[in-house]
Design a protein around this ligand. Structure first.
Ligand code: CP
Length: 310
């Protein structure tokens, strides 16, 4: 049992980072860092079965959860929607209850509907834990965790000194919402958000943020730039006039990046639309932490699986 076990004890599901107490968020990040440093108990989840239940496509999240569970000694089942009985009309709830009946205790669930993972959690058995691996545009808590871990490694643990800029399609981004929840909880000094008006939500998602539609101005002096993918699969037609216009106004180029702090880092959750929200030169350049984010995904997910299931 790790030193943060008491703080993490009350977590049964991880559905969102919103309202997660700072002590729990920091404990998860500390534990994720320990995993990143190689301090893992290889049999922490021995005898525990975990199922990745993805009703929407994924590369990073699904594979890193698989790897994380295997590194902790769990038995891992990967549910394949395309060959499953959901094709015969079985509901997500019945699918979960069926796999649960086999003795599976942990479910990592991705779904295209907002709130779908919370609804499944409400119908799960008392011994079952669910982790939201992304639901609609609502939340992607483990992406938020791995992003904070990456930012902390690059910039230190005192977020009050940081200016962080989030750029792009916030309206359709569950990553942006989870990042904003975590950045607020960690007391980030300045959070700027920049994007076309049509892609910035007008509810309380951006409360407390400096909002701008001018990327050149928004980049001035920031310590970290978090680029978002243009979520074309969740977007109504016509919200963006053209990909070329979007790139001209909101694409991160090497020339633009010079407006940020000299030590600024660039992040992107992936998958990247190269040449749309970010150029190859920036995505693959020295300030990019994109692959470090991917690597940290395994450590962050190990911390979450351990906190919920060990
Ligand atoms: N960032 C992220 O969630 O990527 P995948 O869709 O590949 O899992």
């Amino acid at each position: 049992m790790n030193a943060h076990a008491d703080v993490l004890q009350p977590l049964r599901h991880l559905l969102t980072l919103e309202h997660l107490p700072r002590a729990q968020l920091v404990a998860l990040l500390d534990r994720a860092q320990a995993h990143a440093d190689g301090h893992s108990e290889r049999s922490a989840l021995a005898g525990i079965a975990i199922c990745t239940l993805f009703f929407e496509a994924s590369t990073r999240t699904r594979l890193s959860f698989q790897l994380a569970a295997q590194r902790l000694g769990a038995d891992v089942l990967n549910f394949d929607v395309s060959t499953s009985s959901t094709r015969k009309g079985e509901t997500a709830r019945d699918t979960l209850r069926t796999i649960e009946a086999m003795g599976v205790r942990g479910f990592v669930v991705r779904h295209n509907e907002d709130g779908a993972v919370a609804a499944l959690a409400a119908s799960a058995g008392a011994e079952t834990s669910l982790i939201n691996a992304g639901d609609g545009r609502s939340a992607h808590p483990t992406q938020g965790l791995l992003d904070m871990l990456t930012l902390r490694q690059a910039k230190g643990t005192d977020f009050s000194r940081l200016k962080v800029l989030i750029v792009g399609d916030v309206t359709h981004s569950r990553v942006a919402r989870s990042d904003l929840h975590a950045l607020r909880t960690l007391g980030t000094g300045v959070v700027r958000v920049c994007g076309p008006a049509a892609l910035l939500p007008d509810d309380d998602t951006l409360a407390g943020c400096e909002v701008s539609h001018d990327l050149d101005a928004a980049l001035e002096g920031v310590d970290a730039v978090m680029m978002l993918r243009l979520q074309r699969e969740r977007m109504e037609e016509g919200l963006v006039s053209s990909i070329e216009d979007y790139h001209r106004d909101f694409g991160l180029t090497a020339a633009r990046l010079r407006r940020a702090s000299d030590e600024a880092v660039v992040m992107h959750p992936g998958p990247i639309n190269r040449g749309v929200e970010i150029t190859d030169e920036v995505a693959d350049g020295p300030q990019s932490l994109v692959l470090r984010q991917v690597r940290n995904g395994v450590a962050a997910r190990m911390a979450v699986l351990e906190a919920l299931l060990a």
